[in-house]
Design a protein around this ligand. Structure first.
Ligand code: ZN
Length: 258
């Protein structure tokens, strides 16, 4: 019975929403009922699902390229720190592999300077980490955010990657390390958005804008951005969410094409 009512409600929302032009998008599901995996109408969810990146733990860290420090954006993939653009591409690849029954996991992603120093010392002294090759601190692509060590010893992973990784912008770059893959695709930012904590609550404001990963900054309400991740247009709506641009009745206050 509750399921039927939910289904009816959903149908109603679907048919009325676009006509009404200003859909009530943030209606909360009724308490305590089984939530099924219904299709999401919310732009942020659609976007996150398309890319599959969990940005709830997005943070800034210090990356290194050719020995020089720069600010790098890191999120979590498989509970490992991974640079945002690499994580976006990885999420797509992981999803495609899973659909083929192959389960790829990140073993090592972004590394801090102190972690790279440790591993480099292991390589030099051969006293830890199996004495594996490690680049000089400041020069590893694990520090520039491009490199991921993947679970290539698991069934099917190595051969799947060999056949498909290039479709997602990943290449093998170290002949002696079948697990080491680097992302050098064209996507330079993911399309996750900041998670709005609290969700709902007493009202007031909620016009604080959204975080755009494509632009790498906070933008105001009704800013329209073409996402680097999927080239689609999104518009910032109330509650820090992104909606498919054409589904939002309000005009864009500014447009940011790729
Ligand atoms: Zn590696």
């Amino acid at each position: 019975m509750p399921t039927l009512r939910l289904a009816l409600t959903a149908l109603l929302a679907l048919s009325v929403g676009p006509l009404a032009g200003c859909a009530v998008q943030n209606a909360e599901p009724e308490d305590g009922e089984d939530e099924e995996q219904a299709p999401e109408l919310d732009g942020r969810e659609a976007e996150a699902a398309a890319v599959g990146v969990d940005c709830s733990n997005r943070r800034s860290d210090t990356g290194y390229k050719s020995g020089s420090a720069f600010a790098i954006t890191v999120v979590d993939a498989d509970n490992k720190p991974v640079e945002l653009a690499t994580a976006s591409a990885y999420a797509r690849m992981q999803k495609a592999a899973a659909a083929a029954g192959v389960h790829i996991r990140v073993v090592s992603g972004f590394r801090t300077m102190s972690q790279q120093k440790y591993l480099y010392n292991c390589y030099v002294t051969k006293s830890c980490n199996g004495g594996n090759l490690a680049a000089k601190p400041g020069y590893s692509n694990h520090q520039s955010g491009h490199a991921l060590d993947l679970n290539t010893s698991s069934a099917g992973v190595g051969s799947w990657l060999a056949a498909h990784a290039d479709e997602y912008g990943f290449k093998r770059t170290v002949p002696s390390e079948p697990w080491h893959w680097e992302y050098w695709g064209s996507t330079v930012g993911g399309s996750c958005v900041s998670t709005v904590t609290g969700g709902g609550g007493g009202g007031g404001g909620s016009t604080s804008g959204c975080y755009s990963s494509t632009l790498g900054k906070q933008v105001v309400l009704n800013t329209c951005v073409q996402s680097r991740a999927d080239s689609k247009w999104y518009q910032c709506i109330a509650g820090g969410k992104w909606e498919i641009r054409w589904d939002v009745p309000a005009k864009c206050v500014s447009e940011h094409p790729l």
